[in-house]
Design a binder for this molecule. Sequence first.
Ligand code: FES
Ligand code: FES
Length: 153
Amino acid sequence: MKTFTLNVNGQERKAEVEEDTPLLWVLRDHLDLVGTKFGCGMAMCGACTVHLNGEAMRSCVTPISAVGDKKVTTIEGLATDGKLTALQQAWCDLDVAQCGYCQAGQIMCATALLREKPTPTDEDIDLAMSGNLCRCATYTRIRKAIHTAAAAK
Ligand code: FES
Ligand code: FES
């Protein structure tokens, strides 16, 4: 066991874990940030997507020892002072979620996309979101929410 110090959602957090513990389990089991979900555990579904220095990555296959001083952002860290981001607001306004299980990962991936491409095309969206699976098939509403948020900026 080793004590790791992480920057998570702008706060310094500590976790005493093995070096190969996936970031996903550190977030959920040690830091009580359960918005990030476990789906496949193999970088196949996107449910566990968080940001490292603003880039979307799969926390289920990222060992804690690889995080270093990079800034971790989870779904809990997107809103500022209780105010949703334009993307989160669009998600609510359009009722994107169905069962909701995949949605934190979807929003984290879409947030990273909009940071890189503020006005993405359908093709940009399909490409960027292709690794985030939704068993409820909310893909059409996800795409619409991303366009809505892009137009709101
Ligand atoms: S749980 Fe990480 S990609 Fe599926
Ligand atoms: S909303 Fe149910 S898995 Fe995506």
